[in-house]
Design a protein around this ligand. Structure first.
Ligand SMILES: [Zn+2]
Length: 307
């Protein structure tokens, strides 16, 4: 059943577990996320970036989610706009049927970010739609980074408190050291858990971890064995995800892991049978592997069995 982001994340916030927010760009990814949720009895957030919306068409993105939400009425699902870049983009998504939106004005100074978020919250809450905002800039923490530099790019807990109070935003993504893509850390993976705990204490709302793909060994190996290359890539280790959830993270954005899993199977089939051109022969095993990765993630985040 299609519900607001708040309905899913308030429960996770109160019961202290994490819910995967999985990105999709086509029917294969989206249906696989639902299948894994059905298998694991887990609530889900499915999210589309502006790029994915452009690729699919907003009516198709919403239409597919609605059809699958009806097919699996027992699964609470929220449809979330990932990294909305403007007020207009958020309004468009709300009008089209999204039940949760992110307004990402985190590259602007604090006050501008706050004003833009406030505007989105006002219109979204009228429609029963939840809003996520981001504070700080996403980047890895390097060992040699100075305290000043760290303060400049990571979230400031006092600011987070003021931001949430003023904007009435539903969830906040505090920058604590993750980054997007497959290359998250130059040295050892490192996240600022103390900062996270302080943000949670001062805001007391669901928090979001962006750039939270783990690139587990099984996924990495499958990709390499199929002939892919993941030079120097590093994900967020499972222990870190669990530590982050203990510290107050409730929404865990996961995209890269799904892409790598899916494409490693597509490439394997392509290599093994050069005469093959039936799309289903590529997509069925790709979906199987992706479903396994998502199901395992639901166990790790603690959302399995929560419906
Ligand atoms: Zn993100």
């Amino acid at each position: 059943m299609l519900v607001s982001g708040n309905e899913i994340l308030q429960k996770a916030h109160k019961e202290n577990y994490g819910v995967g927010a999985f990105n999709f760009v086509n029917y294969e990814m989206l249906s696989t996320i639902f299948e894994a949720a059905d298998e694991k009895k887990s609530p889900i957030i499915v999210q589309a970036s502006e790029g994915a919306i452009k690729y699919l068409g907003i009516d198709m993105a919403v239409g597919m989610v609605k059809i699958l939400a009806n097919r699996y009425p027992h699964i609470p699902v929220a449809l979330h706009l990932d990294h909305g870049t403007s007020y207009e983009s958020c309004v468009k998504a709300i009008r089209a049927g999204f039940t949760s939106v992110m307004i990402d004005a985190s590259h602007h100074p604090f006050l501008e970010n706050l004003q833009e978020t406030k505007r989105v919250v006002e219109v979204a809450h009228c429609a029963g739609v939840s809003v996520e905002a981001e504070l700080g800039r996403l980047m890895g923490i390097e060992d040699n980074i100075s305290v000043d530099e760290k303060d400049a790019c990571l979230v400031n807990p006092k600011e987070a408190e003021e931001f949430v109070k003023e904007s009435k935003v539903d969830f906040l993504a505090p920058a604590i050291g993750t980054s997007h893509g497959a290359f998250k850390f130059k040295g050892e993976p490192k996240l600022d858990f103390e900062r996270l705990i302080e943000v949670k204490r001062l805001t007391n709302i669901p928090l979001v971890l962006h750039g939270a793909s783990a690139i587990p060994n099984e996924v990495r190996e499958a990709f390499l064995q199929s002939g892919g290359d993941l030079k120097g890539s590093k994900g967020v280790p499972f222990e870190f995800l669990q530590e982050a959830i203990k510290g107050g993270i409730n929404k865990i954005n996961t995209d890269t892991d799904l892409r790598i899993a899916f494409m490693s199977e597509v490439r394997r089939v392509a290599n093994e049978d050069k005469t093959q051109f039936d799309l289903r022969k590529f997509f069925a095993p790709a979906k199987d592997f992706m479903r396994k990765v998502i199901a395992e993630r639901m166990e790790i985040l603690g959302s399995a069995g929560k419906i």
